[in-house]
Design a protein around this ligand. Structure first.
Ligand SMILES: Cc1ncc(COP(=O)(O)O)c(C=O)c1O
Length: 439
C-alpha cells in the first residue's frame, strides 16, 4: 500500500507514548481488516490486543461500517440535552437486556474515563438524594486503573499516572492490591490466595466510619496494571461488605465488558451484581468513542423524585448518545450476537490457557496468568531498568508481525474475539522466539 507519510511528526503530542523515541522510529498503521493491521510499509501485523482492548469483533466489520455510513447520511448529530433520537433509547434497551436483572438504566458517555467520572458523581449524588449527603468518600484500590480524569486518577492506584498531578480529589482511600502473591504464580484462572485482602474494606470502614463512604470502585480484573486476577472469594467479599454498610459497589468493566470473559459482562461470569457498572471500549467495537454507565433500578429511582419538570442529574456531555456512536454500537451488538462472540471467549478459553502457559520456563518468565481471552506474562525486571525487558519484547514482537501491550515488565494479550486457533498459535510461537532473545 502506498500511503502518504507525513514529513513532520512534531505537532501531534501523543498520549502514553515516549514521543521522542516514537518520532525517531515511528510505527504507523494505515489500514486494518479482521485480525490485522497494515503498516505504512505494507506489512501485516496481527492484532494481539484488539486495538487497545476495544475492537472485540476485529477490524473493518461490514455491519458497523455500513451503519455509520447510513447514519451520517440520515442524521449526523442530535443535541444530547432536552432532545433525543430513537437509536439512543433502542441501544439503552438492548444493552440493559444483556445485563443481569436490576441493571436497567444506561447513562451514555464518550470514553472509559468519562464513564468513571460519571459513576463516581452518580454515587455521591445518589446518597445526597436519599438524605445521606455525608457519604462522600470514595474507595479505590492500589494498582487500579480508572482512566485519566481527576476522579478516576484519584481512585486509581497507578503511581506514574498520579504523581505529576498534585493532590488529586480529596476524601479518597485505597484498598491494597492483590498482585504478586508468590503462591499464586502460574495460576490458570482465578488464584486461590488473597481473598483476605477484601477485609481491607472493613479496616477502612473502621477508620473513616462507613457512614462517610459513598462507593467502592474496582475493576473485576485489573487490566492496565498488568492483568491482576481476583482471588477466589475476593469479589464476593467486597460485595458482602459494601451491602452490609450501605456503600455502592462500582465495577469498572471498561475492559471486561462485551465478551472478554466469555460472557457479555464479568458481572455474569462472576455471578455478582454491582450497583453501578462502567463500560466503554468495545461498546462500539472501538470504532467511535463511546461509553455507558449502567445503574441498578434503586440508583436510578433515587433520582426520579421531586417535580417532574426539574432536571434530576446535572451532568451530561455534548456527545452523550451521539447518533453515530449509537449506530456503531447497535451494529457492534448485532455483530457480537450474530457471530456468538459473547461466548467465544469461553469456547476458546482452554486452548488459549494452554497456549499462554506454554511460555512457562522461558528466560525471565516470572509468572503467567489467564482468564477469558486475557493473558499475561510477567518478566523479571532488570534491576534499575524496570520496563526495559517488556519494551524490548514489544519491539521484537512488532518486528515479527505481532502487536502486544506492556505495562512495567508485564506483557498483556487480549486479541479480538474472532481470533482463530492458528492465530493463537502464531501469537505464542512468535512470543517464544521473542522471549528467547530478550536479554
Ligand atoms: C478499567 C479501565 N477504566 C477506564 C479506562 C479509561 O478508558 P479511556 O481510555 O476510554 O478513557 C480504561 C482504559 O484502559 C480501563 O482499562
Amino acid at each position: 500500500m502506498n500511503a502518504p507519510i507525513p514529513n513532520d511528526l512534531e505537532a501531534y503530542w501523543m498520549g502514553f507514548t515516549p514521543n521522542r523515541a516514537f518520532k525517531k522510529n515511528p510505527r504507523m498503521f494505515v489500514a486494518a481488516d479482521g485480525m490485522y493491521y497494515t503498516t505504512h510499509e505494507g506489512k501485516q501485523i496481527l492484532d494481539g490486543i484488539a486495538g487497545l482492548w476495544c475492537c472485540n469483533a476485529g477490524h473493518k466489520r461490514p455491519r458497523i461500517v455500513k451503519a455509520i455510513q447510513q447514519q451520517v447520511e440520515e442524521m449526523d448529530y442530535c443535541p444530547a440535552f432536552q432532545t433525543g433520537h430513537p437509536k439512543a433509547f433502542e441501544l439503552a434497551n438492548r444493552l440493559t437486556s444483556i445485563l443481569p436483572d436490576k441493571l436497567n438504566h444506561a447513562f451514555f458517555v464518550n470514553s472509559g474515563s468519562e464513564s468513571v467520572e460519571t459513576a463516581l458523581k452518580i454515587a455521591i449524588a445518589y446518597h445526597r438524594c436519599r438524605g445521606e449527603g455525608h457519604r462522600t468518600r470514595l474507595i479505590g484500590r492500589e494498582k487500579g486503573y480508572h482512566g485519566v480524569n481527576f476522579g478516576g486518577m484519584s481512585v486509581g492506584g497507578m503511581p506514574a499516572n498520579r504523581k505529576m498531578f498534585g493532590s488529586l480529589v480529596a476524601g479518597v482511600d485505597h484498598l491494597r492490591h492483590t498482585h504478586g502473591i508468590p503462591e499464586n504464580r502460574f495460576t490458570k484462572g482465578q488464584p486461590e490466595h488473597g481473598a483476605e485482602f477484601a477485609e481491607d474494606l472493613e479496616r477502612l470502614c473502621e477508620l473513616h466510619d462507613p457512614s462517610t463512604i459513598a462507593a467502592v470502585i474496582v475493576e473485576p480484573i485489573a487490566a492496565s496494571a498488568g492483568v491482576i486476577m481476583p482471588p477466589k472469594g475476593y469479589l464476593e467479599r467486597l460485595r458482602e461488605i459494601t451491602t452490609k454498610h450501605g456503600i455502592l459497589l462500582i465495577w469498572d468493566e471498561v475492559i471486561t465488558g462485551f465478551g472478554r470473559m466469555g460472557t457479555p459482562f464479568a458481572t455474569e461470569y462472576f455471578g455478582i451484581q454491582p450497583d453501578i457498572i462502567c463500560s466503554a471500549k468495545a461498546i462500539a467495537n472501538g470504532v467511535i468513542p463511546m461509553g455507558a454507565v449502567f445503574v441498578q433500578d434503586h440508583v436510578y429511582d433515587a433520582f426520579m423524585q421531586g417535580p417532574e419538570n426539574a432536571i434530576e442529574l446535572f451532568h451530561g456531555y455534548t456527545y452523550s448518545a451521539n447518533p453515530m456512536a449509537c449506530a456503531a454500537a447497535l451494529a457492534a451488538l448485532d455483530t457480537y450476537q450474530e457471530e456468538g462472540l459473547f461466548t467465544r471467549g469461553a469456547e476458546l478459553w482452554p486452548y488459549w490457557e494452554e497456549a499462554v502457559h506454554s511460555l512457562r520456563g522461558l528466560p525471565h518468565v516470572k509468572d503467567i496468568r489467564n482468564m477469558g481471552l486475557i493473558g499475561a506474562v510477567e518478566l523479571e525486571s532488570i534491576p534499575g531498568q524496570v520496563t526495559k525487558r517488556a519494551t524490548d519484547a514489544f519491539l521484537k514482537a512488532y518486528e515479527k508481525g505481532l502487536l502486544i501491550r506492556t505495562t512495567g515488565d508485564i506483557i498483556a494479550f487480549s486479541p479480538p474475539l474472532i481470533i482463530e486457533k492458528s492465530q493463537i498459535d502464531f501469537i505464542f510461537e512468535t512470543m517464544r522466539d521473542v522471549l528467547k532473545t530478550v536479554e
